[in-house]
Design a binder for this molecule. Structure first.
Ligand code: ATP
Ligand code: MG
Length: 431
């Protein structure tokens, strides 16, 4: 017999774990809805070329992390490693780039061939938000405030916002010239990974996690000193606005982010409680992406939250499951069918119901209801069923008169009245 196992770096999300996922996703979706951000869904599979062009061949993602294969038609396909390139493609292809400006979100699995470890998987999930067609610094502020509010609503502790500016392409190439001169002199002191980046993606060296390289970089030229007056002014306004909105931040001149297409604002949210993979959200402005991909020049800014890391950080209160409102105990041929009929009726009232399908004795079914901590039970014995009747009772309260009721299946008014006075949910239950 073959014992199948999931692929390394992929994870099964089991029903008990998904309670937290669903609760967290609900908060996120509500916040996005209230912020007029609309959903977009793009295919998980794309042409490899899209990511090579849209992310950049010098990046870690494209050069060593992609799941790429030839399909049966010999086309090179890739499982998406991130969402922004696909969103840009979809908008260009469908001719809706900025008609009008778009605030979009997506959520779903991403694939990167990385060494699996805590907080790092090969199939993981991201929530991404993209503001397309927005150039003004206010859009940078709005999108960061949105990320901040989502993270805060989820009770994320020890949250830090790190910011930097990457200037525009001219600022960057001016800086890169000086930086490469400095690197030429100091390259032997850099770690191996950083040395490999010199030709491919030198800016990424700034983002190193190697302590020794970090120390040496302290004496390197800073991108900040190469900003044009316009870029600098934009950055100062950005910081000023964050302060006015009382969103605390730390400046990190070495924050460059992995992907090639970023301009001006770059930011990351980290949390001290995450350990070594501390970044829960990364984002930035990418004014050059659309033109790089063959669309018209379109300013844009976005962020992506890693959902696995987010779930780790979210408070325990999100692990709570909603209690079952009514557990339906039934025994006998007529009773079993009536139980199904009744539960269908009850679902119209936003009640969480479960029917016992075991067919075991009533006392066993009672025990199960007890274990499940259900709020109330309905009991249908064969005798009641033959009279088209059932008994409904609050589970915890002993058989006191007004909390137990014998009701005829057709008598919806009586049922509603009982439900209203015994099982009222705050806000969600209206009949
Ligand atoms: P890192 O430096 O951790 O590799 P990154 O710059 O590659 O991050 P992004 O491409 O900015 O990450 O993705 C945004 C977020 O997605 C990250 O901050 C992280 O929370 C999450 N993420 C990225 N890669 C993984 C992964 N392999 N497993 C789980 N989450 C991930
Ligand atoms: Mg990475």
């Amino acid at each position: 017999m073959n014992n199948f196992k999931n692929l390394r770096g992929t994870v099964d999300l089991l029903p008990t774990q998904l309670i937290k996922w669903q609760n967290v996703e609900k908060i996120i979706l509500e916040q996005l809805f209230r912020s007029s951000v609309k959903e977009i869904r793009t295919p998980i599979l794309e042409m490899t070329e899209l990511f090579m062009r849209g992310i950049g061949e010098g990046t870690d993602v494209v050069s060593k992390e992609m799941y790429t294969f030839l399909d049966r038609g010999e086309r090179s396909c890739t499982l998406r490693p991130e969402g922004t390139a696909s969103v840009a493609r979809a908008l260009i292809q469908n001719g809706i780039v900025t008609k009008p400006s778009q605030k979009l979100w997506y959520m779903g699995p991403m694939f990167r061939y990385e060494r699996p470890q805590a907080g790092r998987q090969r199939q993981f999930h991201q929530l991404g938000v993209e503001f397309i067609g927005y150039e003004n610094v206010r859009s940078d502020i709005e999108i960061i405030a949105l990320a901040w509010d989502i993270l805060e609503k989820l009770g994320i502790k020890e949250l830090n916002l790190e910011i930097n500016t990457l200037g525009d392409q001219i600022d960057r190439s001016n800086f890169q010239k000086e930086f490469l001169k400095w690197i030429e002199i100091n390259k032997n002191f850099l770690d191996l990974d950083s040395q490999k980046r010199i030709d491919k993606n030198p800016l990424r060296i700034l983002d190193t996690k190697n302590i020794q390289t970090k120390n040496i970089l302290r004496d390197a030229p800073r991108l900040f000193d190469y900003l044009s007056e316009k870029s600098l002014k934009r950055y100062l306004t950005f910081k000023e606005n964050l302060k006015l909105l009382k969103i605390p931040f730390i400046e990190n001149f070495n924050l460059v982010r992995g992907l090639d297409y970023y301009t001006h604002t770059a930011f990351e949210f980290t949390s001290g409680s995450l350990g070594s993979q501390a970044t829960v959200c990364g984002g930035g402005r990418y004014d050059n992406l659309f033109s790089q991909m063959g669309g018209k020049e379109t300013p844009a800014i976005g962020f992506a939250i890693g959902l696995e890391r987010l779930i780790l950080l979210a408070g325990e209160e999100f692990e709570k499951n909603r209690e079952i409102d009514i557990y339906i105990i039934n025994k006998g041929i007529c009773a079993e069918l009536m139980a199904i009929e009744l539960s269908r009726e009850l679902r119209n009232y936003d009640l969480l119901t479960e029917i016992d399908l075991s067919g075991s004795s009533l006392s066993k079914q009672f025990k199960k209801a007890n274990k499940l901590k259900t709020k109330s039970i309905i009991v249908i014995g064969e005798e009641e069923a033959l009279k088209n009747k059932f008994i409904i009772r609050m589970f915890t309260k002993e058989e006191s008169e007004n909390q137990e009721e014998s009701i005829l299946l057709e008598d919806k008014t009586k049922l509603k009245k009982w439900l209203k006075s015994n099982l009222l949910h705050k806000g969600s239950f209206s009949i």
